[in-house]
Design a binder for this molecule. Structure first.
Ligand code: AVJ
Length: 312
């Protein structure tokens, strides 16, 4: 049993306002459902970032401006689909670099490496499975300049203090002159954001409820999935999308491995995820408080999303 998972579930479901962390969405099943989300027409984030990397890779790499060779370190690489466009550009231009994707899932890393090598046989990949920070720490010892990639608006999952902790930790592990390309979803027409998270097909609902199935399986609980629903809400002032699981009745759930029975009230919420949207002004602030300067913002044509290039 994963002790941290058990402890976090216990803590979150014992709280006055119940919560579970979205980082636990991504078991094998959850990762597959996330792929489905990325293919939904409503989930504009993937298409927007794909457009940026398809059309502006040359400008991005020119602005990075490293004397070769360098490392490209991708944090939370996932399936690497978007990154392909950037890598393809570099390989075609015969640029000397190593690609170092880091992910916690061995399966994701293996699939990614196979797929990339099939299409870019000359790519130098040094994949790492594990925690970002162990790998990042190694980089400082190395003289090779590094471009860090933190794409997909993963930063949106962190509340302000945690986002600052994470970014300053990246900063501490970078050398002067290293760069960070960070993908961030921008504030926009609220209905567009709302629909990306409250889709008609119920895929995002399935993504959230999968967490209850994971608790059933890994912690021997007896959540009845049909007795829970899903709700998501966008606040255009703060930029917060907050997602919740909703209890459809008064009910008790036994979690055997925690030796606990948890009570749920009718309409009680479990907060599962924050997907924060930023304005460009807020993004500048986020960069600067964490020791970075923005070199350039690369936006898609609709201005829905930005890949922002930061320098230490
Ligand atoms: C992978 C964290 C960027 O918050 O938009 C998609 C995950 N959650 N639909 C996001 C997600 C619901 C996604 N991130």
């Amino acid at each position: 049993m994963d002790e941290t998972f058990a402890q976090d579930v216990l803590e979150g479901l014992s709280a006055k306002h119940k919560y579970l962390s979205s980082k636990y969405f991504y078991d094998d099943n959850g990762s597959r459902i996330f792929q489905e989300i990325m293919h939904m027409p409503e989930y504009y984030l993937t298409d927007s970032e794909f457009e940026i990397l398809s059309l502006q890779s040359k400008q991005i790499i020119d602005t990075v401006g490293f004397a070769q060779p360098f490392n490209i370190i991708e944090l939370g690489a996932g399936d690497g689909f978007k990154t392909f466009k950037l890598l393809e550009h570099l390989v075609n231009e015969n640029v000397a670099f190593h690609y170092v994707p880091i992910d916690i899932s061995q399966e994701a890393i293996d699939t990614l490496s196979d797929k990339l090598l099939e299409r870019l046989p000359n790519l130098s990949i040094q994949a790492k499975v594990g925690d970002y920070f162990e790998v990042l720490n190694d980089l400082k010892q190395d003289n090779t300049p590094s471009l860090l990639l933190f794409l997909g608006s993963n930063i949106g999952n962190y509340i302000e203090v945690e986002a600052n902790k994470l970014l300053s930790l990246f900063n501490q592990n970078m050398k002067k002159g290293d760069k960070l390309l960070i993908g961030v979803d921008l504030k926009k027409n609220p209905l567009i954001v709302q629909k990306a998270y409250l889709d008609d097909g119920g895929i995002t609902k399935k993504f959230n409820l999968n967490l209850l199935l994971r608790i059933n399986r890994e912690l021997e609980a007896d959540f009845k999935i049909d007795d829970f629903d899903f709700y998501s809400f966008y606040d255009p002032d703060t930029g917060d999308v907050k997602s919740y699981i909703v209890s459809l009745r008064n009910q008790k759930v036994n979690i055997k491995k925690l030796n606990r029975t948890i009570d749920f009230r009718y309409d009680e919420l479990i907060w599962t995820e924050l997907s924060k949207k930023y304005s460009l002004e807020e993004l500048k602030e986020l960069a600067e408080v964490n020791g970075f300067t923005i070199q350039q913002n690369f936006l898609d044509c609709k201005h829905y999303f930005v890949d922002s290039l930061w320098e230490k």
